[in-house]
Design a protein. Structure first.
Length: 156
């Protein structure tokens, strides 16, 4: 009798523990894609928010699709950024360094406060997931000036 009672009690506690864990989860639905603002991007860009800032993860995750030649302005991230290329071939450049060509499956770890830009190559669409951590500690991005056509065309 004690064994059965203990088993039922244990099962009930286990069930409560599992239920609490499930209830604590949050399913995020991606927003509809919206045009990247002309104050931050050159060319045609679509931004889909995948995970908005929240206290559980303290990060913002978005999918960004660039049409050919489209790109971000120069910018920095107070807490760094991680890019994961999901489609196409694109460009990534840090201020004062040569443009790097990035491909589907590549990731780029961008340290805090590094001035950079990224975008599509001239002939194809390019999509990446951008992960911006620790947004409660300084925000996600500081936008700077546009990347000029001369800067964009300096691929070596």
């Amino acid at each position: 009798m004690k064994t059965i009672l203990f088993g039922l009690l244990y099962s009930g506690l286990l069930f409560l523990s599992i239920t609490d864990s499930i209830m604590a989860q949050n399913i995020n639905r991606a927003s509809a894609a919206s045009p990247g603002p002309a104050s931050n991007f050159s060319g045609s860009v679509q931004v889909t928010m995948l995970v908005a800032a929240n206290p559980e993860t303290d990060c913002i995750v978005s999918s960004v699709t660039f049409e050919p030649k489209a790109r971000t302005f120069w910018h920095t991230h107070p807490n760094g950024q991680l890019l994961v290329v999901t489609k196409g071939t694109g460009y990534y450049q840090e201020k004062g360094k040569p443009i790097q060509i990035i491909h589907e499956g590549d990731s780029v770890t961008i340290p805090p406060q590094v001035t950079h830009w990224h975008g599509a190559n001239p002939s194809g669409q390019f999509t990446h997931i951008a992960i911006n951590p620790n947004v409660s500690k300084g925000g996600a991005v500081i936008w700077l000036q546009a990347v000029t056509d001369v800067e964009y065309n300096k691929v070596h």
